[in-house]
Design a protein around this ligand. Structure first.
Ligand code: HEC
Ligand code: HEC
Ligand code: HEC
Ligand code: HEC
Length: 125
């Protein structure tokens, strides 16, 4: 009886280890992609943003978006500089996102590579 319980217990531990390793490997293979962009207090649905789509598929330079970072390859994120309100001529975060994302998407769409320009194409419910 005792050995039986021990066997079940060992089996359980083994399964648990396998499961943990699997989920760890899974987590490492899949960095957050897309990342979900959502400003504090946002009312619209969060916007999915995929680095691979922009870097690999559309071949856009880091610095095109991470435009003020000393090292665009190790950026700090837009919200460090673009805050809730426009301050010292630095656009507020919503304006910064809209201007950067939508301007390029319009140019791209005009050139025949379709990218989202309508509200609900970015703010996906
Ligand atoms: C190219 C993608 C894109 C399009 C198109 C777009 N937005 Fe946004 N919008 C964003 C991103 C990114 C943010 C910042 C993250 C967030 O959603 O909070 C944002 C933020 C916002 C915010 C401030 C946060 C909130 O939810 O209150 C509002 C309001 C907003 N958008 C409304 C609109 C409306 C209305 C339209 C259509 C006229 C629109 N957006 C089109 C990408 C887009
Ligand atoms: C098309 C625009 C675009 C391009 C190109 C781009 N990024 Fe980003 N990146 C973003 C946006 C938007 C965020 C989210 C910023 C935020 O949440 O404030 C982000 C976030 C990041 C972050 C997280 C920063 C943080 O601490 O919040 C890193 C790291 C990053 N990008 C690295 C890169 C690197 C490296 C490249 C080039 C190989 C690159 N990005 C190209 C738009 C872009
Ligand atoms: C280190 C600070 C810093 C970071 C990080 C930063 N910006 Fe900016 N951004 C500025 C400053 C300062 C300006 C205004 C002056 C200028 O353009 O020279 C600006 C201007 C802009 C403008 C033009 C706004 C207008 O009214 O014409 C857009 C669009 C923009 N930023 C988008 C972004 C986005 C999107 C990110 C993140 C991917 C980002 N910025 C990251 C500092 C920053
Ligand atoms: C410099 C140009 C440029 C900028 C800036 C840019 N995009 Fe894009 N985006 C593209 C292009 C080009 C495509 C189409 C890629 C394709 O399908 O080949 C695209 C596609 C997308 C798509 C649809 C594909 C997908 O990932 O599902 C989303 C969503 C998107 N962009 C969100 C954003 C958001 C949000 C921002 C601002 C934070 C942004 N983009 C900034 C050029 C840009």
């Amino acid at each position: 009886m005792k050995t039986n319980i021990f066997k079940y217990f060992a089996c359980f531990i083994l399964l648990f280890c396998i499961f943990s390793l699997c989920s760890l490997a899974w987590a490492q293979k899949k960095p957050a992609d897309p990342i979900s962009l959502k400003l504090e207090g946002a009312k619209m649905a969060p916007v999915p943003f995929s680095h691979p789509v922009h870097i690999e598929k559309a071949k856009i330079d880091c610095a095109a978006c991470h435009h003020k970072d000393k090292n665009p390859k190790e950026p700090v994120g837009c919200l460090q500089c673009h805050q809730k309100e426009t301050k010292d001529n630095v656009a507020d975060a919503k304006k910064a996102f809209h201007k950067q994302c939508i301007t390029c998407h319009k140019e791209s769409t005009a050139k025949g590579v379709t990218a989202p320009v309508k509200c609900n194409e970015c703010h996906k419910k």
